[in-house]
Design a protein around this ligand. Structure first.
Ligand code: ATR
Length: 280
């Protein structure tokens, strides 16, 4: 019986146990997926000890993603690019780390917009410059776009992101000052919010999607609420919208596959389960 975990501090609000629990049941597997709360000071010891405790691996959430990046023995190229690890497993005695947020965001974008969406998009605008922005940019960089702008309230963080990621792809990667967003929006056929603005309890993102090109797509990685003020404004303009929940669901696929040996699907039933939890 395979066992997996999500490790964080705090971890009780994570919805990953619902996702993996649903898949374990759907596939008739006897495994388990547990929440484990580990303080930062104990995280290194936890990584050393989990295989002996019978775990095949697990997910890593705040505040451990950067520490996991440093402490694993091998990393995928994706994780290397993002600088953070959210999925762990042991292979031939070696502790591996991946960043499946990259896969999750791109899989959800493809599912929502239809494969080949890049044909209508030459410029993308990513708002934010934290770990989530790095995962989004790393995914978009592998697609045939002309340029990606990164805009962040703190410009120096956008500059760091661009400096770190630029060399991985021929797609032009540039910063935009937060105050100059209005000049970029009319050129951006894809706009992605990775900031926490628009999340329940936070102010909305002050961005007017009516200035975006007519067939633009607007994605938000915030999923509480499911329809953020940004997505509502974009939908009201007739723009295509991509919500944040799909990224969470799709990022879980590859971990489940590694720990339990079955490739699960992101179904309408799974989505409904998580929506009910968010709205309940
Ligand atoms: P994550 O790992 O989820 O990306 P993070 O590293 O804390 O989280 O990043 C949060 C992002 O939201 C940052 O880009 C942050 O901007 P700063 O770098 O300037 O802090 C952005 N953000 C949070 N609150 C914001 C606000 N009130 N206005 C504009 N941007 C905000």
């Amino acid at each position: 019986m395979a066992k997996a975990f999500i490790v964080g501090h705090p971890v009780k609000h994570s919805r990953s146990p619902l996702i993996h629990g649903h898949w374990l049941e759907a596939h008739g597997l006897e495994g388990s997926y547990e929440r484990i709360d580990v303080a930062p000071v104990d995280f290194g010891d936890f990584l050393k000890s989990f295989p002996a405790r019978g775990f095949a691996g697990g997910n890593v959430t705040l505040p451990h993603k950067e520490a996991a990046f440093t402490l694993v023995q091998r990393r995928t190229q994706r994780a290397e690019r993002v600088g953070a690890v959210n999925t762990l497993w042991v292979e031939d005695g070696v502790l591996w780390g991946d960043n499946t947020d990259v896969l999750g965001f791109m899989a959800h974008l493809d599912a929502s917009l239809g494969t080949g969406w890049e044909q209508d998009v030459d410029t993308a605008l990513v708002l934010g410059a934290g770990g989530a922005a790095r995962a989004v940019v790393a995914g978009l960089q592998d697609r045939p776009l002309k340029r990606i702008f990164v805009a962040n309230r703190t410009l120096s963080k956008a500059e760091d992101l661009v400096r770190d990621l630029r060399r991985h792809s021929p797609v032009a990667l540039e910063t935009s000052a937060w105050e100059a967003l209005g000049r970029v929006i009319p050129h951006a056929q894809l706009i992605v919010n990775t900031t926490s603005l628009g999340m329940a309890g936070q102010p909305p993102l002050a961005l007017d999607p009516s200035r975006a090109p007519p067939r633009a797509a607007v994605a938000d990685i915030v999923y509480v609420p499911l329809q953020t003020p940004l997505l509502a404004a974009a939908a009201a303009q007739g723009l295509r919208t991509v919500d944040g929940l799909g990224m969470l669901l799709h990022q879980a696929v590859s971990g489940f596959q590694r720990w339990f040996g079955v490739t699960p699907e992101v179904t309408a039933d799974l989505r409904a389960l998580i929506v009910a939890d968010i709205e309940g």
